[in-house]
Ligand binder design. Structure first.
Ligand code: SAH
Length: 235
């Protein structure tokens, strides 16, 4: 598989076609807006962001990338959707938050700039690519020795099917229909193994739990649906 093969173009078009609504806090990507403070909190448990160089892989319209920049990081967001890179740039101009964006694959960036970033984030992206292990490898290459790499994804267990697809897409309509496909979900043990294979060491994992009663997300022990993991590239 070549670098340019590790992409489902239909995924890029699906997300890109919704670029203009990316920053609507009550729109299709409301969920990403809601979970953003939680993932920033988790990231900062392991990584000091102030003055640090970060890359956010599969950044979309830049919701997390801007959050990283606001927390003091020199943040670069990369994605293969031109429309989303444009929206991310535009939003940065509107808000005055200085993050940088580039349309480039994780693998190409890793070949160009190995061991160049203090920390790496890659959220809600692995389940949208043909070969997640290749993205994980690229992230491990991008980070400096001693730096952290964060991944979030969905767990491939029936509960995630019921909550992330049946409930979130069809019943509660929290995310657009067709956003996720169950077979692409990744179990925590699989994520850990793929990361271990490229020399990353697991430091911690946490669930992003949703309460249908309060309609709010929180960090918690339940990693059966959506979860974030923190890995370190050893010194
Ligand atoms: N990480 C962002 C966006 C998640 S949506 C956030 O959590 O806020 C998934 C993103 O992955 C989309 O922006 C999509 O364009 C991007 N993506 C999918 N396949 C990709 C690939 N092979 N390389 C880079 N980005 C990709």
């Amino acid at each position: 598989m070549t670098v340019s093969d590790n992409v489902h173009l239909h995924e890029i078009h699906k997300f890109g076609s919704q670029a203009e609504r990316w920053w609507d806090p009550n729109g299709e990507f409301k969920t990403l807006h809601q979970v953003n403070p939680l993932r920033l909190e988790f990231i900062q448990r392991y990584a000091d962001l102030q003055g640090k160089r970060l890359v956010d892989v599969g950044c979309g319209g830049g919701i997390l990338t801007e959050g990283l920049a606001k927390a003091g990081a020199d943040a670069l967001g990369v994605d293969l959707s031109e429309d989303l890179i444009d929206i991310a740039d535009l939003h940065g101009l509107e808000t005055g938050v200085t993050a940088h964006y580039q349309k480039i694959s994780a693998e190409t960036l890793a070949a160009e700039q190995p061991a160049s970033f203090d920390h790496v984030t890659c959220m809600e992206m692995l389940e949208h690519v043909p070969d997640p292990a290749s993205i994980i490898q690229a992230c491990a290459t991008l980070v400096k020795p001693g730096g952290m790499v964060f991944f979030s994804t969905l767990n491939r267990v029936p509960k995630a099917y019921l909550l992330a697809i049946v409930a979130a897409e069809h019943v509660l309509k929290m995310v657009p229909k067709g956003t996720h496909e169950y077979k692409t979900f990744i179990q925590p043990a699989e994520l850990s193994q793929m990361a271990r294979n490229v020399g990353l060491e697991l430091q911690g994992m946490i669930g992003i739990e949703y309460s249908p009663f309060t309609k709010e997300f929180r960090l918690g022990k339940d990693i059966d649906v959506n979860y974030i993991a923190a890995f370190q590239r050893p010194e």
